[in-house]
Structures are given as structure tokens and as C-alpha cells.
Design a protein around this ligand. Structure first.
Ligand code: C5P
Length: 310
């Protein structure tokens, strides 16, 4: 008896995580304008869910039930990175297909947590499964790298070393569950602006590599060592542009975080906590200082993965 082939799914939903950079060493700009990076990425428990359905033409719609997420500024046309991801995938396979993409956002927009990159990664994976394209992991990672420096990491997740312009990703051993207080900021801070301030301020250091003791700290997973592990070379240029962020970082420390850190190129700030209870305590203290737009997240979590297949 031969089994009937399974029909294609009507829709596929993929969940992709936000990222933070525990370590972000930035070198002098390359001839192509990008900066060489040595980074330790960690995927954290804020997510975007991307649902794709076959359609006659490309479309994208962004929704959120999260009061922390402001959707203003997310393009609803073909400039959206999710649509660009879909088009890159069909071009790669030489097929003539299109999809309606719905993005349910839980990652702050333009916050330095790679929300757009998560959407691109999720769209690649969701369309691959929707249309059973059987794209190899290698090809998915290459397509992801073509879309943005952080997109390959959104596929991989966990904790990983990133190099090149951030797109060459290798998983690293991380035995911790690290707790973060995530302090959002309504005023955007475009990534290219922060890199430009980095250049103008001549912040590049000769040594941007990650030393072995930092890898050991991840393996040994003692939350009190996080302050020694973190580094973000974009922090000083971002603080030059935005003194308010520097003040908030100081307040995060005053409220008891073991360390405070800019997330990527900002403007989101992070406070490290020893455990969930400690994180909630920091959130309560920040609220007393008037910081209401704050969440708790932990990492590492998984990279882009299918959560529903209908
Ligand atoms: O690759 P992605 O689209 O995320 O980069 C956005 C911008 O951030 C780039 O246009 C560039 O200005 C800056 N960038 C950089 N060096 C990197 C990554 C990003 O200068 N390694």
C-alpha cells in the first residue's frame, strides 16, 4: 500500500530570538565600510513569531500584543527585511513563489537586539518548510549573511562566537542560565550612526579578540563573573551621542545589577542579575526611579525554530 503524499502546509510559524552581545570587540572600518568584529552573541528570551502563507504577491504585516513594542517605523512594504529574505530564498531556488508574512513582535524595534534579523531568519526557515525547499543549512546561513550581519546568529541561537562583520558564527559552550534586565528606550539610535561615532571618536583598539578566561567564565557559569566577561566597544560612542543612556546605565548599577551594558549598538540597555528573583528586584528598583519600560529575559535560548505547522 503506498501512502498518499502529505499536502503542503497552509501556514508555518517560526519563532526567532533577540540577541545580545556579551562581548563586542570592534576594529577599524574595512574598505567596504563594515567593521571587523569579535563578538560573543547570546540569544535571549524575547521573540518574534513569523507566520507565512502562500500568496499571489509579497506582503508583510507587523502586529504586537506587547506594550513594550512600538511598531512605528517598521516598514510594511518590500523594504521590510522579511520580504527581502523571502525574495532571496526564491531567487536562490529559481522558483516563482510569493507569500503573505505576518510578524508578531516581542523584540523591541531598532533597539540593538536584532529584531529585524530575527524576522529575516524566521522567514527563511518558515518559507523553506512551507514550500519544502530543503535548503541546506550551509545555504540558509549564506542567504542569512547576505541579508545582514546578525541574521546567521538568529538561525543558530544559543551562545556563539561571531567574527567577520558578525556573520561567521560558531557555537560556544555556555553552561549558564543568565538573567537580564532589559531596559528599552523609545528614542531610536540607528546602528550606522553609532558606528560613525565610533570612527569619529577613534575608539578602535588594537586588541579586539576574546581571551580564553572569558570562554572559561561561560563554561563555569558563575553569575558573579558576568561583570568581568562583558565588553562593548560601541558603548562609549553611543554614550557620546546619548548622555541619557549613560545615566540609565549608572542607575541600572545603582539598582543592584552585577553589571550594566549597552545591547549591541543600543539604545536598549542591559543589567545582569544573579537569578530571576534578583532580576525582579532590579526591575522594581528601576520602576521607583521612573523606568517602566523594562523586561526580564534569560539566555541562552534556541535559535529560529518551527512552532506551528498547519
Ligand atoms: O549588516 P547590517 O545590515 O546589520 O549592518 C547595518 C549597518 O551597521 C551597516 O550598514 C554598517 O553601517 C554598520 N555595521 C558595521 N560593521 C559591522 C556591522 C554593521 O559598520 N560589522
Amino acid at each position: 500500500m503506498s501512502a498518499e503524499p502529505l499536502p503542503d502546509p497552509l501556514s508555518v510559524t517560526v519563532r526567532a530570538p533577540a540577541k545580545i552581545n556579551l562581548f563586542l570587540g570592534v576594529g577599524r572600518a574595512r574598505p567596504d565600510g563594515f567593521h571587523p568584529l569579535e563578538t560573543l552573541y547570546q540569544a535571549v528570551s524575547l521573540y518574534d513569531d513569523v507566520t507565512v502563507t502562500s500568496a499571489d504577491e509579497w506582503s508583510v504585516r507587523t502586529v504586537s500584543d506587547d506594550p513594550h513594542v512600538d511598531l512605528a517605523g517598521v516598514p510594511e512594504d518590500e523594504d521590510n527585511i522579511a520580504v527581502r529574505a523571502g525574495k532571496a530564498l526564491v531567487t536562490h531556488h529559481g522558483v516563482d513563489r510569493a507569500a503573505a508574512i505576518e510578524i508578531r513582535k516581542g523584540i523591541p524595534v531598532a533597539g540593538g537586539m536584532a529584531g529585524g534579523s530575527a524576522d529575516a531568519a524566521a522567514t527563511l526557515l518558515a518559507l523553506d518548510r512551507l514550500w519544502n525547499l530543503q535548503t541546506s543549512d550551509e545555504d540558509l546561513l549564506a542567504l542569512a549573511a547576505g541579508l545582514g550581519s546578525d541574521v546567521p546568529f538568529a538561525l543558530v541561537g544559543g551562545t556563539a562566537h561571531g567574527t567577520g562583520r558578525g556573520e561567521v558564527v560558531t557555537p560556544v559552550e555556555d553552561n549558564g542560565t543568565w538573567w537580564w534586565v532589559v531596559v528599552f528606550n523609545e528614542i531610536g539610535l540607528p546602528t550606522p550612526t553609532v558606528y560613525a561615532a565610533f570612527d569619529v571618536g577613534e575608539y578602535a583598539e588594537d586588541e579586539i579578540g576574546i581571551d580564553e578566561p572569558r570562554y572559561k567564565m561561560l563554561r563555569e557559569a558563575d553569575p558573579d563573573t558576568m561583570a568581568l566577561l562583558v565588553r562593548n566597544d560601541l558603548e562609549d560612542p553611543a554614550f557620546d551621542l546619548r548622555k541619557d543612556l549613560e545615566r540609565t546605565a549608572e542607575q541600572i548599577l545603582t539598582c543592584g545589577a552585577t553589571t550594566a551594558l549597552l545591547s549591541g549598538s543600543g539604545p536598549t540597555l542591559l543589567g545582569a542579575a544573579r537569578d530571576a528573583a534578583h532580576a525582579r528586584e532590579i526591575v522594581a528598583r528601576l520602576a521607583e526611579l521612573g523606568h517602566e519600560n523594562v523586561m526580564v529575559a534569560n539566555g541562552p535560548v534556541a535559535g529560529a525554530h518551527v512552532v506551528s505547522y498547519n
